[in-house]
Design a protein around this ligand. Structure first.
Ligand code: ADP
Ligand code: ASP
Ligand code: MG
Length: 832
């Protein structure tokens, strides 16, 4: 291995605290380093996860004189001893790692005791204590690498405190390059060790006092050592696959950005993308060293490369938020054309040590506003009022306002400069999400557009802006109620079409919620496979309609739709509230449209209020285009005079089969066995279902019908209306003669019996019942469970328009619902 190493190239790797959280992590890190055997390798290490926090907490506790300090320090020692015993073969007392650790723990105990006595810790003490985590983790890694058989390369541990010299200035630590380079040169020779392990985060000042590079400073150490060692490449290893388009803890759909310019990365880091420290870039930029961000837990992922000339076509790279800011607004007509106001404002803030995050001034100069950290908000107001005391008194400045609890949302990307509409998209998205923008700033570089919003809107803003720039604008969050025969068939149909719809039309259908009558399944992982039933069974929780709707209307997804495949009137009662809240509704459930007229009409209002669509093609004639045909007729100016049809597949079947040779009751029983009827065949025979469909059509053409207005001829003998299903079926033969008589009369006249619904638009009369029709009538020659609807209109008068075909069955009904879902997508802008 050693023979192959190219001594002219060196890769500097930085591993963050999450990459060295436990012994297993150390193993991974070792494997990654061993995989780089073709080059010399520099390894800059953070403290094990949480150790810096714990050390700093010890100092704070000591300042308050807390009794648990020794125990907490001991816990840190134990954690490192534990790591060492898992990783090093002889984890005995004699082990130099543990000896050094113990000596340092004793030092820290002494320091903390002093802090406890004087009840205060100056900065040097805090820096000193905070830096031990990196010493412990890096020494352990160096020892581990040396011990490992696989690594036959000489390993050198160097103490960053001996090398890295920085001076702290108001903007942060400034590297003393010459001193640092000289110190490194005396420890590491060009042809020296193959693997150099260095603690991150820590450094010393020119005066030799130990210091740090600030929280998260190991990234900075990584790039400083990259520069000092003249690295060809810097790799920052962390626990995510690269720099993401937004903080993954806040935006679930965040995407890995493949490449970024140094400036973009700097801007993102500054605006809160914690994955990289803002100062990291500087040393690499001047030397044009590419920085890779990669995942220790998934090293095969290409990650993000940050370099001078990135290859990426996306104008917007990342979206970040800075929380907890206050907005200070200075307003007054007296400022117009008066030079120096801004200088006095920012001078006053500077004097008070308050940093300004964002500045915005309208061209009228009537007001200047700026964002400061929320903790400094009140102080900022006080110092600025004091600075302009005279102007405020004399009325040249009307007011100095401070609004606390704000947040900044920043959209970052080099490409925004040359592409139109980024700002428009940002503002229209915020507008659609009903988020008020308090202030706006766009740098002349056009690399960053920042807006100040109320903090309570930050999450929603981040998610919706991210969706607008990163997701297909046609992403639909879908919730399905009633995964039974029709609902189940629908989900089966949807999953088979997902890939095609996404690649051909950019339609991203995400079924994220399924609710049955007793249990429901809510998830962020959308259903993509036909085995969704397993997931539903395994992960279901008790039904909760409110939680279901909230989950479906996910803030991070552009659109939401609930598909109600239940037959429940209870569920239908919620449509108005969903539609008004911005959730589209698609359904084959007849209950809402055939329920009370008031409710039906309130749905229209709700739709207008929520800007939503309500589609229900499959409520009549299953998948047949009945509602859509009717709409087209009306909307193109035709006059619908009457609608007539066979609207029940079950009744169609019964009268198609009934020819007098067998009693009607026998046919009903056989149909029930074949599954052609409802579990209680009276639900079909009563004609109510047909009456409901007639009402839906009637209302569609503007008739104000209630269920009670429909004249219904029930085929359920009154005597059997209240008995059990079994008794009903048993006693039905007693009434066979009634149908038989009507059949015989019809037959004698060359007619057939059909169960027909009729609607007359002029009189508003709606009736449902058994009628005798000429054998040659369009309704006389239909097959099995066919439905047929005949529209007589002004245009289609001599020869009415007929829609006919199978009008029942899960597959065709589901197809009708799916059709509505795609129609909805088209309304939302998808071109199918
Ligand atoms: P390390 O321990 O490796 O230094 P950090 O916790 O400092 O890791 O930074 C990595 C974390 O930064 C990620 O786990 C992620 O949660 C968070 N993060 C915030 N914003 C972003 C972003 N835009 N891209 C990637 N990660 C981000
Ligand atoms: N350990 C230090 C911190 O937690 C430095 C780092 O991990 O980057 O701030
Ligand atoms: Mg970090």
């Amino acid at each position: 291995m050693t023979a192959k190493t190219n001594h002219n190239t060196i890769i500097v790797n930085k591993f963050g605290g999450s990459s060295v959280a436990d012994a297993e992590c150390f193993q991974r890190v070792a494997e990654i380093i061993e995989g780089q055997s073709a080059h010399r390798v520099g390894v800059v290490l953070s403290a094990a996860k949480g150790v810096t926090d714990a050390l700093l907490e010890l100092v704070v506790l000591a300042e308050t004189g807390a009794a648990e300090v020794p125990a907490k320090l001991q816990a840190l020692r134990e954690r490192h001893i534990g790591l060492a015993s898992s990783l090093l073969p002889s984890a005995a007392r004699a082990n130099p790692y543990i000896q050094t650790l113990d000596a340092e723990i004793a030092d820290i105990a002494g320091i903390l005791q002093t802090v406890k006595l004087i009840r205060s810790a100056p900065r040097h003490i805090r820096d000193l204590v905070a830096g031990f985590g990196e010493l412990w983790s890096s020494r352990l890694l160096a020892a581990f690498l040396t011990e490992r058989d696989r690594l036959k390369r000489p390993v050198q541990w160097i103490d960053a405190r001996e090398v890295l010299v920085v001076e702290w200035e108001p903007l942060g630590p400034v590297v003393q390059w010459e001193a640092s380079q000289a110190a490194l040169g005396s420890l590491v020779s060009a042809a020296g060790h193959d693997v150099i392990v260095i603690p991150g985060f820590i450094a010393k000042t020119s005066a030799g006092i130990q210091t740090t590079l600030g929280r998260n400073g190991s990234d900075f150490s990584g790039s400083i050592f990259g520069a000092l060692l003249d690295a060809t490449e810097i790799v920052i290893w962390t626990d995510v696959n690269g720099v993401l388009s937004a903080d993954p803890r806040r935006v679930r759909d965040a995407k890995v950005i493949d490449s970024l310019s140094y400036n973009e990365a700097m801007e993102l880091a500054y605006f809160g993308a914690k994955v990289i420290h803002p100062q990291t870039m500087a040393p690499a930029v001047s030397r044009e060293i590419p920085i890779h961000i990669k995942n220790t837990f998934s090293p095969e992922h290409p990650g993000t490369v940050i370099c001078a000339r990135p290859q990426s076509s996306h104008p917007v790279k990342g979206i970040t938020t800075v929380d907890q800011v206050a907005l200070l607004n200075l307003e007054g007509a007296g400022m117009i054309g008066v030079p120096g106001t801004a200088q006095r404002l920012f001078g006053a803030l500077r004097e008070a040590g308050i940093s300004v995050i964002l500045i915005s001034q309208g061209s009228s100069e009537h007001s200047i506003c700026c964002a400061v950290p929320d903790v400094d908000g009140l102080a900022a107001g006080t110092v600025v009022r004091a600075a302009f005391e005279r102007e405020l008194r004399e009325g040249q400045i009307q007011r100095v306002d401070v609004s606390r609890d704000c947040a900044i949302l920043a959209v970052v990307g080099d490409g925004m400069a040359g592409s139109h509409g980024v700002a428009a998209k940002l503002f229209s998205t915020l507008g659609d999400a009903a988020i008020n923008v308090r202030a706006i700033a766009q740098g002349a570089s056009e690399r960053n557009i920042s807006v100040v919003i109320e903090a309570r809107h930050a999450q929603k803003a981040l998610q919706s802006v991210h969706a607008a720039f990163y997701l297909s604008p046609h992403t639909l969050s879908v919730g399905l109620i009633g995964p039974g025969l029709v609902g189940g068939a629908l989900l089966d149909q949807i999953v088979t079409q997902l890939a095609r719809l996404s690649s051909h039309a950019g339609l991203d259908l995400r079924v994220r919620a399924v609710m049955g009558s007793r249990s429901m399944w809510l998830s962020d992982e959308a259903i993509t496979a036909v085995d969704w039933r397993e997931a539903f069974k395994a992960k279901a929780t008790p039904t909760d309609l409110k939680a279901f709707a909230t989950h479906v209307q996910a803030e991070h997804l552009p659109h939401a739709v609930i598909i109600d495949c239940s037959a429940s009137a209870e569920v239908a009662k919620h449509y108005a509230e969903w539609l008004a809240a911005g959730i589209h509704v698609v359904t084959p459930n007849k209950k809402a449209n055939s329920g009370p007229l008031d409710y039906y009409e309130s749905l229209k209002l709700a739709r207008r209020q929520g800007g939503t669509h309500y589609l229900y093609e499959a409520t009549v004639g299953a998948g047949l285009p009945v509602i859509q045909t009717l709409r087209d007729l009306r909307e193109t100016g035709d006059d619908v005079r009457s609608i007539e049809g066979i609207f029940s597949g079950t009744l169609a079947y019964l009268f198609n089969v009934y020819d007098g040779s067998e009693p009607f009751s026998t046919i009903v029983r056989a149909a029930k066995q074949k599954g052609y009827t409802e579990p209680d065949p009276r639900d079909d025979l009563s004609g109510t279902d047909v009456a409901r469909k007639l009402i839906i059509l009637g209302r569609e053409i503007g008739l104000r019908l209630e269920l009670a207005d429909v004249e219904v001829e029930s085929l359920v003998p009154a005597e059997l209306a209240a008995v059990s299903v079994e008794e009903f079926l048993k006693r039905l033969p007693e009434f066979d003669h009634r149908i038989a008589e009507r059949f015989d009369t019809a037959k004698a006249n060359g007619q057939v019996l059909r169960y027909v619904g009729r609607l007359d638009s002029a009189t508003g009369r709606a009736s449902v019942g058994l009628v005798s029709l000429d054998r040659r009538h369009a309704f006389g020659n239909i097959a099995l469970t066919d439905n047929v609807v005949r529209f007589e209109t002004r245009r289609y008068c001599d020869n009415p328009l007929i829609v006919q075909g199978p009008g029942a069955g899960p597959e065709v009904t589901a197809g009708g619902v799916f059709g509505d879902l795609l129609r909805l997508s088209a309304y939302l802008g998808v071109s199918l």
